[in-house]
Design a protein around this ligand. Structure first.
Ligand code: DC
Length: 207
């Protein structure tokens, strides 16, 4: 069983994908981390994420980079979003994601284009979303919890800019697949969102 979980930044798709994977005993791939590793590699060598050649060179990152805690930072999130607009970068990461999805027994993948490009054949496609304000509140609380000195406005701006870039790019823009189930979590807390997602998968599985 292949489960695709897509959605915008701070929608909770990562938390939901991890919970689904645990519930159904499947391996899980956070594909955003691959784009973050490309972004981090570009940053480390002083490259320009807007430049297609620099970005493609970053796709040759060493696997050890995937454990770098800096990958989770907002700065690298922005680098990731910028390198991900280049079709050659997306192509360079395609096989890795595809073979993860096709392993025996299935897998859960979360990202932006899993249901549309990487696994159009997924058994279940979830598109997790929430209002800009709800996503801002969640990300702001998370950053504050980590002691980060940010304002709510800064966080809202960063998320809005990321939405614009991820949805507006030409190649594999963020959008729900026509057969995706839209999971709107604005009014749901974490546990309720996870329970709703598991129910969608269970219902699909029972056919
Ligand atoms: O999910 P995330 O915030 O870790 O992703 C970081 C960036 O990577 C996101 O802004 C766009 C890009 N990305 C992508 O283009 N396609 C994916 N499948 C996953 C992430």
């Amino acid at each position: 069983m292949i489960i695709a979980v897509d959605g915008p930044t701070a929608s909770g798709k990562g938390t939901i994908a991890t919970a689904i994977a645990r519930h159904f005993g499947l391996p899980c791939l956070d594909t955003g981390l691959l784009y973050r590793a490309v972004g981090r590699q570009v940053e480390l060598v002083g490259g320009d994420p807007e430049n297609a050649e620099d970005a493609l060179a970053g796709a040759d990152f060493p696997d050890t980079l995937l454990a770098d805690p800096e990958l989770r930072s907002e700065v690298i999130g922005s680098y990731a979003s910028r390198v991900s607009v280049h079709p050659k970068v997306r192509q360079a990461l395609f096989d890795r994601q595809r073979s993860f999805a096709q392993q025996a027994g299935g897998a859960v993948l979360d990202g932006r284009d899993i249901g549309t490009v990487i696994c159009p054949d997924a058994d279940v496609k979830l598109f997790v979303t929430a209002s800009l304000d709800a996503r801002t509140d969640r990300r702001f609380a998370e950053l504050k919890g980590h002691g980060r000195d940010v304002t709510r406005e800064e966080v809202r701006d960063q998320i809005a800019r990321r939405d614009e870039r991820d949805m507006g790019r030409k190649d594999a823009p963020l959008k729900p697949a026509p057969d995706a189930y839209i999971l709107e979590t604005t009014a749901l807390d974490k546990d309720a969102s996870i329970a709703a997602a598991i129910e969608v998968v269970e219902t699909k599985r029972k056919g």
